[in-house]
Design a protein around this ligand. Structure first.
Ligand SMILES: [Zn+2]
Length: 179
């Protein structure tokens, strides 16, 4: 049997599953169905007895769920046709591929977060360096400012001194002129 045909059949079964997955909505549950709750989301699930012990995806949350084997049922007793086994095999393989894809996606997310974290760390370090540089710059300029103030103080003191002697010189000149 071609894989596309099997895919189509499995898809049809999935639709069928969802038709009787909820007993409260008056959907059909056969006497031979295995009825159980999804261990992940608690959704009530019903599956054909031939699905006992198989891995299925919950129609509600999509998580992988192991169909319980009813008491007294022996898996060997199950009358599974080779086509059915192949169908389940394809489904299991697809589930596996989906899980692998999901794991890859998660790994990529983790890698992204680690990358982002180290980027933030580097940014933090660079910022700390800039702050230290700025602090040194300010400190240097503060000392330059202090030196400038001292220099200007000396300059204005000297200018005041010069002005005083100039005034005294003028007075002496005037006195000499009057004499
Ligand atoms: Zn579920």
């Amino acid at each position: 049997m071609a894989e596309e045909e099997l895919d189509a059949e499995v898809a049809a079964e999935a639709v069928e599953d969802s038709e009787y997955d909820n007993s409260e909505n008056g959907t059909i549950i056969r006497d031979t169905d295995i009825v159980f709750d999804c261990p992940h989301c608690g959704h009530n699930l019903a599956i054909d007895y031939r699905g006992a012990g198989l891995q299925i995806n919950c129609v509600q949350c999509g998580e992988s769920v192991l169909v319980p084997i009813p008491d007294g049922m022996k898996i060997d007793d199950l009358d599974i046709e080779p086509g059915e086994i192949l169908k389940q095999l394809f489904k299991t393989r697809r589930d596996l591929q989906k899980q692998e894809l999901r794991a890859e996606g998660l790994e990529e997310q983790v890698r992204g977060l680690v990358e982002r974290n180290s980027m933030l760390y580097a940014q933090c370090e660079a910022l700390a360096m800039q702050v230290a540089e700025l602090r040194n710059f300010c400190q240097q300029h503060a000392s330059v400012g202090e030196k400038m103030v001292a220099l200007l103080d000396r300059m204005s003191a000297s200018l005041a001194n010069d002005a005083a002697s100039a005034e005294a010189g003028d007075e002496n000149a005037e006195a000499a002129a009057e004499a």
